[in-house]
Design a protein around this ligand. Structure first.
Ligand code: THU
Length: 160
C-alpha cells in the first residue's frame, strides 16, 4: 500500500479583515444565535446564508428533550433555504456560536452530518460554497466543503 497525503486549504484571519458583505452575515448569524432553542446544551449556534440571488437566510440550533430529535443550526438553515429556494445556489454560509459567557473565542467547525448536507447542496448546485467560521475575533474562510471533508460520499454511486 502507498500513502497519499490529502491537503485542504483554510484561510485564517481576523474578523475585522472581513469584507462588508461578510460582516453583514456575521451580524445576521449573531442575531440568529440569540434566538436558538438550546435549553439543554446552552450552546447557541447561528448560521447566515447568502444565496446566489442575493437573498439572505438565517437559522439557529433547535433542541428537544428527546435529545437526538434536535438539529444543528447549519441543517436548520440549509434545509429551510432549500425548501424556500430549491433552485438557487448557496454562495456563502457563515457559522457563529456562543455560550452564556458570550461568543466563543475560537471559531466552531460544523459536525460531520452538517458537512454531508453542505456537500449535497454543493453537488446539486455544481459550485463550491464559501464557508466562514467566526470566533470572537478570528475567522476561517474555506472555499468548498472538500476543504473540510475529503473523500466524500455523493449519491452518484447509488443504483439508478
Ligand atoms: N450545534 C450546531 O448547531 N452546530 C454545530 O456546528 C455544532 C453543534 C448544536 C447542536 C446542539 O444543539 C448544540 O450545538 C450542542 O452540540
Amino acid at each position: 500500500m502507498k500513502i497519499q497525503n490529502l491537503t485542504t486549504q483554510v484561510q485564517y484571519g481576523e474578523n475585522e479583515e472581513s469584507r462588508v458583505d461578510e460582516l453583514e452575515l456575521m451580524e445576521l448569524a449573531k442575531a440568529a444565535a440569540h434566538k436558538a432553542y438550546a435549553p439543554y446544551s446552552r450552546f447557541r449556534v447561528g448560521v447566515a446564508l447568502k444565496m446566489a440571488d442575493g437573498t439572505l437566510f438565517s437559522g439557529s440550533n433547535q433542541e428537544n428533550a428527546a435529545y437526538p430529535s434536535g438539529l444543528c443550526a447549519e441543517r436548520v438553515t440549509l434545509f429551510y433555504a432549500n425548501a424556500q429556494k430549491p433552485n438557487v445556489a448557496v454562495d456563502t454560509l457563515l457559522i457563529y456560536a456562543e455560550t452564556d459567557e458570550g461568543a466563543l473565542e475560537q471559531p466552531i467547525t460544523p459536525c460531520g452530518a452538517c458537512r454531508q448536507v453542505i456537500l449535497e447542496k454543493e453537488h446539486l448546485q455544481g459550485s463550491p460554497i464559501t464557508i466562514i467560521l467566526c470566533g470572537r475575533d478570528k475567522m476561517y474562510r474555506i472555499r468548498g466543503i472538500d476543504n473540510l471533508m475529503p473523500l466524500t460520499f455523493v449519491g452518484d454511486v447509488l443504483p439508478k
